[in-house]
Design a protein around this ligand. Structure first.
Ligand SMILES: C[S@@+](CC[C@H](N)C(=O)[O-])C[C@H]1O[C@@H](n2cnc3c(N)ncnc32)[C@H](O)[C@@H]1O
Length: 334
């Protein structure tokens, strides 16, 4: 089948697409949910199999155009919601064979310099993926030095968080910090070390982006709701790109599987309701060296899969408790 073309086409290479499709196993059809539509890489590939149905989500209104083209081609087999994935349970009565999360930014977002995600841009500090209540500019210009420090340290694991935060506050007393290049200059001045491996702004930009988009709350609520809408035997597939995301997914899959450890202080002992997933092998799938060469963005990707054990669902409150320190930080107001 001839697939649609829009101006966004080809701007994002889907990560580990062969692995994702193999896990989904769509040869005989099935219901699939793509929680992070982006440039539609996974949705399109799944729809190539005749008897499949795909429900897709993305919070970014920029991708509606691409989703509409797919809708024209596949009609009742494809539905798109321009909503956050923390709302996936509100939309469909169906149960799914697989639910996929490919987290973080797409190249469409990163390469659009006007959106302020890239430290190579000179645009207004924004960093919204869509449907946010605050911009990066507001965070940088109104949050206290202590709050900024916590955001950079915890969400960015930035060693020089204190120095960067103090310098941000010093600088904004003179003038508002309006653009990404102004922030980059402050970060460069604040860093102790000469960073060789990654750009010195990477961690600060990651931290502010997570805070602006409330990514931890989204991820936790998203995967809990995904668990609820999976069929028994259905697969929860998550591709993460930084350690906070992977820590959350690893904790969830390990501790809510039939073979979970009995000695976790966050969890009651020997209770059957915690077995949301079959035995979990703690296996991480990484992109092949060939893919990393072709698509450097895939280098940090970690794919984990858990298999839904039954229809029984009791809310995994302990997952929220364990990461409350992160979701509380996301809720801080200036
Ligand atoms: C890495 S891209 C996905 C790329 C896609 N798999 C493809 O192959 O084209 C991530 C997408 O997820 C979206 N996204 C991130 N967090 C989201 C959330 N909480 N709710 C809905 N969409 C989200 C972003 O806007 C972005 O378009």
């Amino acid at each position: 089948m001839k697939l649609p073309h829009t101006s966004l086409e080809g701007k994002h290479l889907p990560v580990m697409i062969d692995e994702v499709i193999k896990i989904c196993n769509p040869k005989n059809g099935g219901n699939f949910m793509d929680c992070t539509f982006g440039a539609g890489g996974y949705s399109k590939e799944l729809l190539k199999f005749r008897a499949t149905k795909v429900v897709a989500f993305d919070r970014d209104s920029q991708v509606i155009e691409l989703a509409n083209k797919l809708k024209d081609n596949f009609q009742s087999r494809f539905v798109f919601y321009n909503k956050k994935f923390s709302k996936i349970d509100l939309t469909s009565p169906n149960k799914f064979d697989a639910v996929i999360f490919d987290l973080g930014l797409s190249s469409i977002q990163l390469d659009d310099l006007s959106r302020g995600f890239s430290f190579r841009s000179k645009s207004e500090l924004n960093m919204s993926m869509g449907q946010t209540e605050i911009s990066a500019k507001k965070v940088v210009n109104t949050y206290s030095s202590q709050d900024l420090r916590d955001i950079l340290k915890i969400f960015g694991e930035e060693q020089d968080a204190t120095k960067i935060s103090r310098n941000i506050v010093k600088e904004r007393i003179k003038n508002d910090i309006k653009t990404t290049d102004e922030l980059v200059r402050i970060i460069k001045r604040s860093k102790k070390k000469d960073y060789k491996k990654i750009n010195e702004s990477t961690k600060t930009f990651q931290a502010i982006r997570i805070f602006v988009n409330k990514e931890v709350n989204e991820l936790i609520e998203g995967v809990i709701k995904a668990t609820k809408i999976l069929k028994p035997g259905g697969k929860l597939i998550v591709i993460s790109f930084h350690s906070i995301e992977d820590k959350i997914i690893k904790f969830y899959f390990k501790n809510f599987s039939k073979n979970r450890s009995r000695s976790n202080k966050y969890l009651p002992e020997n209770v059957d309701y915690l077995s949301l997933f079959d035995d979990y092998k703690n296996k991480v799938i990484k992109a092949s060296s060939k893919e990393v060469k072709r698509n450097p963005r895939s280098r940090s990707a970690k794919l984990r899969v858990a298999i839904r054990s039954s229809d029984k669902f009791i809310d995994p409150e302990e997952l929220r408790k364990k990461f409350k320190y992160l979701t509380d930080l996301e809720k801080r107001i200036a």
